[in-house]
Ligand binder design. Structure first.
Ligand SMILES: *Cc1c(COP(=O)(O)O)cnc(C)c1O
Length: 229
């Protein structure tokens, strides 16, 4: 089941790249939140797919701790909002944290990872649509936050992440994907950041996101099915 779904998504992504004349690699993060550990184990065992996304700290830590023991090449990405009082729980668990959305959080993370004596890869989450229901830094403040993270020796800025508003017609969100891609290009061409990851696109809109230049899609429902809660 997972295997067929993953193959379909890979095919869709390749077609979206072709339609838009893009040749870069697109990473698929299989969002396993709310699904049991066994579903990830099965997904990995049947396909070899290594990258999974989680959005709640405790659930993410529990799953990644088990996977590290039994399937050490599985990587867990943290894609959910992080409260500053939860930073202390971040151990050596996450290959990438997608959701740094304030200087305060970055400051807490810097102090924490300095103590842990390692460098954590992160993305800045941008609330490009000024959606009240979503976290993320405003478009105007994003460069300032990126500059701040780049000044933190224990954080490594890898790119940007975005979650679009909920809409009926995904075409309504195309403009946000386009704007994120412009911002991503500005980060490299004008600011000289040398970042490689633009995380955008979910089950309902990953084709549009890839057409507009996404390098990493986060797909849950279309891979694992509907979540129970
Ligand atoms: C749940 C979630 C996804 C996946 O959503 P689907 O619509 O199930 O594909 C992607 N990104 C984030 C940040 C999420 O919380």
């Amino acid at each position: 089941m997972f295997k067929d779904r993953l193959e379909n998504i890979i095919k869709d992504v390749e077609e979206a790249k072709k339609r838009s004349g893009r040749t870069h690699d697109v990473t698929i993060v299989a969002v396993s939140k709310r699904f049991p550990l066994e579903d990830i184990e099965n997904a990995y065992d049947t396909t070899g797919h290594t990258i999974y996304g989680e959005n709640r700290i405790q659930e993410a830590l529990d799953k990644s701790a088990s996977l590290m023991k039994t399937r050490p090449d599985v990587q867990v990405h943290f894609i959910g909002h992080i409260q500053t009082n939860k930073v202390k729980y971040l151990k050596n668990n996450f290959a990438l944290i997608h959701s740094v959305d304030s200087e305060k959080l970055a400051e807490f993370m810097q102090k924490h990872f300095e103590k842990e004596d390692r460098v954590q890869d992160v993305l800045v989450q941008v609330n490009i649509a000024h959606d009240e229901n979503k976290s993320g830094t405003g478009e105007e403040d994003a460069f300032q936050l990126c500059d701040f993270i780049r000044s933190c020796p224990n954080l490594h800025l890898r790119g940007l992440m975005m979650m679009p508003p909920l809409v009926d017609d995904v075409e309504d969100n195309r403009c946000y994907f386009t704007r994120m891609k412009k911002m991503f290009d500005k980060c490299n061409d004008i600011k000289g950041y040398n970042i490689d990851t633009l995380s955008m696109g979910m089950s309902g809109d990953y084709q549009v996101a890839v057409e507009e230049g996404s390098t990493m899609v986060r797909v849950g429902t279309a891979l694992f099915g509907h979540r129970q809660y």
